[in-house]
Write a protein that binds this ligand. Structure first.
Ligand code: SF4
Length: 163
């Protein structure tokens, strides 16, 4: 079972291109100025079997969608469940571009199986003192948009250059 709060059927602010966005429930970081404090509770949201959640997301994908973004909350506190969801999605739509937002740093989560399933990780906690509304796809300057495939090959975070 995976716990989620909401799904948005098309967004252009949560990654490159038009994307389905899944807001997973639960986060332990408690960042000051968190954009979604109602998603911090580990017991809130809706619990759903992974296969049903994957189908819900797949049903929203149209030819104009580039991919799916998992945000929250922190999707990686449900890393195993998320891995199952993405595996099911990949079986039907192997070419989808999948982004995951997390408060963890790349080095803390690079060993997780789900990291072999995704294209991009936006890592790091939100730091209010480094907030910058002009940054694409992230809230504070410490956060990095990481090319996961290249980073796993290199053994260190490889940052994507996005203007
Ligand atoms: S990591 Fe994200 S969801 Fe979690 S407390 Fe920080 S800003 Fe909120």
């Amino acid at each position: 079972m995976i716990r989620y709060a909401d799904i948005v059927d098309s967004s252009v602010v949560d990654g490159l291109g038009i994307r389905v966005v899944a807001f997973l429930q639960g986060c332990s970081f408690r960042c000051e100025g968190c954009h979604n404090p109602q998603l911090q509770s580990l017991s809130g949201g809706i619990k759903i079997p992974e296969n049903e959640f994957a189908e819900k997301l797949l049903n929203l994908i149209t030819p104009v969608h580039k991919g799916i973004t998992f945000t929250g909350g922190d999707p990686l506190i449900q890393a195993d469940e998320l891995n199952t969801v993405i595996k099911i999605i990949r079986e039907q739509k192997p070419d989808l571009d999948i982004w995951v937002y997390t408060g963890f740093e790349f080095d803390e989560v690079k060993h997780l199986p789900v990291m072999r399933q995704i294209e991009v990780l936006v890592d790091g906690r939100f730091i209010l003192g480094q907030k910058d509304l002009n940054l694409p796809f992230r809230g504070s300057a410490n956060q990095k948009i990481i090319d996961v495939v290249q980073s796993l090959k290199a053994g260190k975070p490889v940052v994507m250059q996005i203007a």
